[in-house]
Write a protein that binds this ligand. Structure first.
Ligand SMILES: Cc1cc2nc3c(=O)[nH]c(=O)nc-3n(C[C@H](O)[C@H](O)[C@H](O)COP(=O)(O)O)c2cc1C
Ligand code: SF4
Length: 281
């Protein structure tokens, strides 16, 4: 909790009234938990801050322009941020000189290119990126989770949330902080991320989903579960069609009450485990 109270609370940096928004993308909710903790840290340090999902913030673009400090957080998918985060940043109003920080959550502490790419995209929009952090969260990828690979379900625990809060408190000083540089990802990291981003290679190596049209009734719970808009249908009640936007995150499987979404090939689950052990993903 802040030691400050009342009006004082929002005048931490040399008497300035500061506001912040922590925008985040999240599929399983972990990045949202971390964003809340960061906002708490900012508030505790005297900055009026709230955490807002990126799609909600997209509906009020002037909010991102109006605040003094903008945070952008993303989960890591295949060593990068998901495409929706790049679109979100590209659609933001110009950020000329705005103090921005970036963060990400990881299920196996492999950040890959994520922070570097987020910083680059925000720099291109004119932002001054002054902070970056990554946080450990539960592994959301079912083939790894089932095999006990990656971080345990309990993360982020109190220690990780406290770390995020401290990061938020540090970012309350953003107006006084200098731009950061992040080391360029290694050749190996860039190579692995590029392979994993290739649709054909990914389909070949990693499990994907298949819709059993004999079982599907067109109920559509999978459509709202998919954050990548990969399941589309022409009319209400139609059986959805799986598009190339699918990133094979396998989250929709559990969403179908009829079990109509199946993993396409069990053998690929073992292949993905091998990739994990070899450090490819
Ligand atoms: C398809 C998929 C790919 C993932 N790739 C990575 C990765 O490259 N590195 C990593 O550390 N975690 C990876 N994860 C784990 C997520 O980054 C982690 O679970 C994250 O906390 C999810 O955030 P969310 O709950 O906000 O969606 C992956 C998860 C999924 C589902
Ligand atoms: S696996 Fe399912 S939830 Fe994940 S991207 Fe593909 S269609 Fe969407």
């Amino acid at each position: 909790m802040s030691q400050l109270s009342g009006k004082e609370r929002f005048k931490s940096v040399e008497g300035l009234d500061l506001s912040a928004v922590v925008a985040y993308g999240s599929t399983q909710g972990k990045t949202g938990e971390l964003a809340d903790a960061i906002a708490e840290g900012l508030n505790g340090a005297g900055v009026r801050a709230s955490a807002i999902r990126f799609d909600r913030l997209s509906l009020m673009p002037n909010r991102a322009r109006a605040v003094d400090i903008l945070g952008v957080g993303s989960p890591v998918y295949y060593l990068r941020e998901p495409a929706y985060m790049q679109k979100f940043i590209a659609d933001l109003p110009p950020l000329d000189g705005k103090k921005v920080f970036v963060f990400c959550t990881t299920g196996m502490n492999r950040v890959g290119e994520t922070l570097f790419r987020l910083r680059q995209a925000l720099n291109e929009r004119g932002a001054d990126v002054v902070g970056a952090a990554s946080f450990s969260a539960a592994m959301a990828y079912p083939p790894y989770r089932q095999r006990g690979l990656g971080n345990p379900e309990a993360l982020p625990d109190a220690a990780v949330l406290a770390e995020a809060k401290r990061f938020g408190a540090r970012m309350a000083q953003a107006p006084k902080l200098q731009s950061i540089t992040l080391p360029e990802p290694s050749f190996a990291t860039r190579f692995k991320a590029k392979i994993l981003a290739d649709l054909k290679i990914r389909k070949m190596l990693l499990p994907g989903v298949r819709l059993n049209t004999d079982v599907c009734t067109g109920y559509g719970s999978c459509i709202s579960r998919c954050y990548f808009n990969a399941l589309q249908r022409e009319d209400e009640g139609d059986v959805p069609v799986l598009t190339d936007a699918c990133i094979q995150c396998l989250q929709c499987i559990a969403s179908c009450p009829r079990g109509a979404i199946e993993v396409d090939m069990r053998v690929k689950e073992s292949l993905s485990t091998l990739m994990y052990r070899l450090g490819i993903h």
